[in-house]
Design a binder for this molecule. Sequence first.
Ligand SMILES: Nc1nc2c(ncn2[C@@H]2O[C@H](COP(=O)(O)OP(=O)(O)OP(=O)(O)O)[C@@H](O)[C@H]2O)c(=O)[nH]1
Length: 324
Amino acid sequence: MGVMRILMADDIASERLYLTACLTNLGHHVKSVSSGAELLKCYSEFQPDLLLIDIEMPEQNGIELVHTIRLQYPEWVPIIFLSGLNEPHVIAKAIEVGGDDYLVKPVNPIILAAKMQAMSRIAVMRQRLEHTTVQLQKVNKLLLEQVNEDPLTKLANRRYLDQKLKEFIALHGRNSLPLTIILLDVDFFKLFNDFQGHIEGDNCLKLLSSNLKRTFNRAGEVCGRYGGEEFIVLICNCDEKQAIKECQRLKDSIRRLAIPHENSLISDKLTVSQGAISWVPTGLELVENLYQAVDTLLYQAKENGRDQFVTSEYPYSLVSHNEN
Ligand SMILES: Nc1nc2c(ncn2[C@@H]2O[C@H](COP(=O)(O)OP(=O)(O)OP(=O)(O)O)[C@@H](O)[C@H]2O)c(=O)[nH]1
C-alpha cells in the first residue's frame, strides 16, 4: 500500500490521538489539527494526499470547511468525513458538498484500514496524473517553441514573422502609426560557404542572429530568419527617418562583429545589404506584397554595390545609403 500524507481536522484531542495512532501504524504520514482554520493554514505546505474532516466542529463545521476547500483548491484531493452521526441525510449532504466518503465514529480499525487501501490507490493515480500533466505541459511548451522558432539560429521563423507582421499591420493601421520592415541579406555568402565550409557558414549565421537579437531587443522590435541567409526586422512605430538610423545601427553592429570573409569581393569582413520600407498601414496590406516591396529594395542595395541599405516609404520613393 502506498504511503499517504494525511491531514486531519478534529476538535476532540482523544479522537485525533486514536486516529493518528491507527493511521501511523498503517505506515502513513499524518498531521492532525483541531480546527478548520488551522487546516487551511497548513494545507498548501503539507500537500495532503487525503483529508479526514470531522463534521461536528465549533466555529466552522466540517461541511462548511469542505465547501471552502473545494473552492480554494481546485485539484481534487480525496476527503473522508468523520462523524458520530450515522444519518442518511447528513451523509448525503457531506457527499454533495464535496466529500468522497464517510466514516462513522468510533471508527472501526479494520474498516479504517480498508478505506485507506482504497484511498491510497486513488492517491497513486493522482500522482501519476500530475506527473503526466507536468510532462505534457513541458512537451507543449517545447512544441510551441519549435513551431515558431528557426532550429539553427533560434530566431523567430518565417511562420512567426508572418503572424507578427499581420498583427502589426492591423495595430498600426488602427492607430495610424508608422511601421518599418527591414530585410537583410549576407553579401557573398556562397563564397563564404565555398571557402570556409558549411559548418563555419552555419556558425556565422548563428553569430549574426545573436547580434540581431541583441541589437533589436526592445519592446516592439521583432527579428527573425526569413530563409537561408536572409533576415527580417520588424520595428513598431518607426518612420523612414528612424528606419535610416536603425539600418545604420545594424550595419555598425555587424561591422563591430568583424567576421573575417577574405573571399568577399567588397571587403575582408562579412557585410550585409539591407532594404527597408516604412509606412503607415491602411490595415489592408498583404504580407506577400510587403515582402516583395522590401525585397526589391534589398536587390537595389545589392545592385548599388552591397554593404549598404536602401530605404523607402511604401509605396516607393527610394533613398540609397552607401556612406560608411
Ligand atoms: N552554411 C549555411 N549556408 C546557407 C544556409 N542557408 C543558405 N545558405 C547558403 O547561402 C548562400 C546564398 O548564396 P546566394 O544566394 O548565391 O547569395 P550570395 O552568395 O550571398 O550573394 P549575394 O547575396 O548576391 O551577395 C548559398 O550558398 C546557400 O547554400 C544555411 O543554413 N547554412
